[in-house]
Design a protein around this ligand. Structure first.
Ligand code: IPD
Ligand code: CA
Ligand code: CA
Ligand code: CA
Length: 286
């Protein structure tokens, strides 16, 4: 079996470097454009940071494949094959970045034979580094992470996010799902504007669950390893095994809370991240 520790070390190095670039860029004037919808924002920093990460990793691992948010937006096919593949979100929380709202991260996941091997997430504002490698635990700045053991949803804090699609049908389902979670009753529902950092909060035991429709593989690849290695569950909103390309996810500290959330949710339909329905990015569900 191959040892991917060297790749993980490189991911940590480049995530820290990228995070420093983001932290500098947040203080400068930004050129903000929109992509698919007026609320789907992108800045020059998103593109520059992705270029930095991919060129650095490609020079070290020329035979590997790369999936990145901004490369996909520029037309590079988003495809997960059996080859070692890096899955990169250069700035997660672009809208936060634009407003200097301090929830912004660099996310780098790595999969081999469609199985996630490790994940690295760097919180650019407070320099916190989250890492996890399959079978080796999850860490925040080197300190081991453990999810919440809470099984009772009425004692839970739940996180969710809404993507850039804001038509009234999507918003109705989103608000309906939120109402169900609030009236469970949970202790509360939060939206922080960064799916990767929301998932890191679940991994850290600061929230019991997270769900979202409409995210992409680069929003969840790294964080999925981190939550699983912290003892939590990550699955499809139907309760089935997570498919990284399906654009929907439920994560929780315990199976009981994950199952509860799954039962409450009305689905919001988004297209897949890839165009090939057989190209399932299956990741084993513990
Ligand atoms: C977005 C953020 C946001 C989530 C969106 C993502 P981006 O990522 O994680 O919280 O609601 O679905 O697309 O575009 O800032 O990398
Ligand atoms: Ca984006
Ligand atoms: Ca993202
Ligand atoms: Ca992004």
């Amino acid at each position: 079996m191959e040892d991917w520790a060297q790749c993980l070390d490189e991911a940590v190095r480049v995530a820290r470097r990228a995070g420093q670039v983001v932290a500098c860029a947040v203080q400068q004037e930004k050129c903000v454009r929109s992509k698919s919808t007026p609320t789907d924002l992108v800045t020059e920093a998103d593109q520059q940071v992705e270029e930095l990460i991919i060129s650095t990793l490609r020079s070290r691992f020329p035979e590997h494949r790369f999936i990145g948010e901004e490369s996909s937006a520029a037309g590079v096919k988003c495809e997960l094959t059996d080859s070692p593949t890096w899955i990169i979100d250069p700035i997660d929380g672009t809208c936060n970045f634009v407003h200097s709202f301090p929830m912004v991260a660099v996310s780098i996941g790595f999969a081999v034979r469609k199985e996630l091997e490790f994940g690295v997430i760097y919180h650019c504002f407070d320099e916190t580094l989250y890492t996890a490698r399959k079978g080796h635990g999850a860490f925040r700045n080197g300190v081991r992470l453990q999810v919440s053991k809470e099984k009772d949803v009425s004692k839970s804090l739940v996180l969710t996010e809404i993507g850039a699609k804001r038509d009234s049908a999507t918003l109705d389902i989103f608000l309906g799902n939120m109402k169900k979670m609030l009236s469970a009753p949970t202790h509360g529902v939060r939206i922080i504007g960064s799916s990767t950092l929301a998932l890191c909060l679940v991994a850290s035991g600061s929230a019991e669950a997270y769900y979202q429709f409409g995210l992409h593989c680069w929003d969840i690849a790294a964080a999925t390893v981190i939550i699983r290695e912290a003892g939590g569950v990550v699955m499809d909103t139907t309760g089935n095994t997570l498919d990284l390309m399906s654009r929907r996810v439920v994560a929780a500290g315990t199976r009981e809370i994950a199952d509860y959330v799954v039962k409450q949710l009305q689905p919001i339909n988004y297209g897949r991240d890839d165009s090939d329905p057989d190209n399932l990015a299956l990741t084993s569900d513990p």
